[in-house]
Write a protein that binds this ligand. Structure first.
Ligand SMILES: Cc1ncc(COP(=O)(O)O)c(C=O)c1O
Length: 390
């Protein structure tokens, strides 16, 4: 089974994306001639400050938010930490109860665990076999002491899109803050923080063709929140640190491109995604698609192949020039079955045999054809040598 194409095929866009060349071009001057500190009063500083505020506007536009409601951070992990801990600390006199789903990213799961150790009560709701949270369950779980509901917009492993508009409506009715982690959906599907009644929303630049080291947290005006990083008072006092202007300018350019191209890009990706899903389900016996078949990210595919180890599959595919993943890039080093796949009801041995393929801006139809050619052969061979073979 020889690799028949010359360049490698990257199908791990959910882990991170390459920086778009248009984004890189916009960033470059901010490393050298436009290097000022946004807090300086001279013209270098003012030039940087202007770029920062223009960037804030671009990110806000993609969410239907006001620029003053955007706080730049260094990563979605940081935004999620700020959202959960910042709301908890600022509102603990009102109540100490927080609701999350069991399929949140590790940074929400771990922040919640830490808050639990500090005396907060965390309710982890159930999800159905597709990973969907029930808005009825949210309504029932909210009590007098509830201060925050945090449910991700789209899952990073299985791509399921949660009913966040319904959840936002319930939270608004009940007077509870609603945070959503949109690291995987921002720039890929439409988000309107007002229509969806979202109070806090996490985004990430490196998941949408911007650079690493930039992200944002939308915080609705009037929200009571404590900073986690104290210092010179940057970002309205919520995130002190000299601002990473070049990365933020790149993030904003990536957001502008997504705003213009998102709709077409999603249509193109959905076609490729569905071709790959249908092809694999047809060609590989016992294969199973994880996640909601329709309410899923345009670029996400997640399969289980009983009888094989996901890690061996990834290594074989890499050898054949295909970069894929078993799940989240952050948890895949632990070699433990994914908490997301277990939460949707997979047995540990099924969860171990999973494969995530995430498509992106440069995925071509011939890449999909190549995967459809080699994946069935690799799965067959691994099943033949598997110790799980029946
Ligand atoms: C849903 C989700 N939230 C948060 C993160 C963390 O993002 P970052 O790498 O920007 O810290 C990721 C990254 O995989 C993610 O997919």
């Amino acid at each position: 089974m020889k690799k028949t194409i010359t360049s490698k095929i990257y199908l791990d866009y959910a882990a991170t994306t390459p920086v778009d060349s248009r984004v890189l071009k916009a960033m470059l001057p901010y490393f050298s001639e436009k290097f000022g500190n946004t807090m300086s009063w001279h013209s270098f500083g003012q030039e940087a400050k202007e770029a920062l505020e223009e960037s804030r506007e671009a990110v806000a536009n993609l969410l239907g938010a006001k620029p003053q409601e955007i706080i730049f951070t260094g990563s979605a992990t940081e935004s999620n930490n700020l959202a959960l801990k910042g709301i908890a600390l600022a509102n603990r006199d009102r109540g100490r109860h927080i609701i999350i789903s069991p399929i949140e990213h590790a940074c929400v799961m771990e922040s919640s665990k830490w808050l639990e150790s500090q005396g907060f009560e965390i309710t982890r709701l159930k999800v159905d076999k597709y990973g969907l949270v029930s808005s009825d369950d949210i309504r029932k779980a909210i009590k007098k002491e509830t201060i925050l509901v945090s449910i991700m917009h789209a899952n990073n492993e299985i791509g399921t899109i949660e009913p966040i508009e319904e959840i936002g409506k319930i939270c608004k009715e009940k007077g509870v803050y609603f945070h959503t982690d949109a690291a995987q959906s921002f720039g890929k599907i439409l988000i309107d923080v007002n229509k969806m009644n979202i109070d806090l929303l996490t985004t990430s630049s490196h998941k949408m063709y911007g650079p690493k080291g930039a992200a944002a947290l939308f915080i609705r005006k009037g929200t009571k929140i404590e900073p986690l990083i104290h210092g010179g008072g940057h970002e309205s006092g919520l995130r002190s640190s000299t601002v990473n202007v070049a990365a933020i300018v790149g993030f904003a350019e990536a957001a502008r491109i997504c705003e213009r191209e998102m709709k077409k890009e999603a249509q193109r990706e959905i076609k490729l995604r569905d071709k790959l899903i249908n092809g694999v389900l047809k060609k590989i016996e016992g294969s199973h698609l994880n996640g909601e078949p329709k309410k899923r990210l345009p670029n996400n595919i997640n399969f289980s192949f009983p009888g094989i180890e996901g890690e061996s599959l990834i290594m074989q595919l890499d050898f054949l020039g295909i970069a894929a993943s078993t799940g989240s890039a952050c948890s895949s080093e632990k070699l433990e079955p994914s908490h997301v796949l277990l939460a949707i009801g997979l047995k540990p041995e099924q969860a171990h045999g999973s494969l995530r393929l995430s498509l992106g801006r440069w995925t071509k139809e011939k890449d999909i054809d190549y995967v459809l050619e080699v994946l069935p052969k690799v799965v067959k061979r691994l099943r033949e040598i598997s110790p799980f073979k029946r």
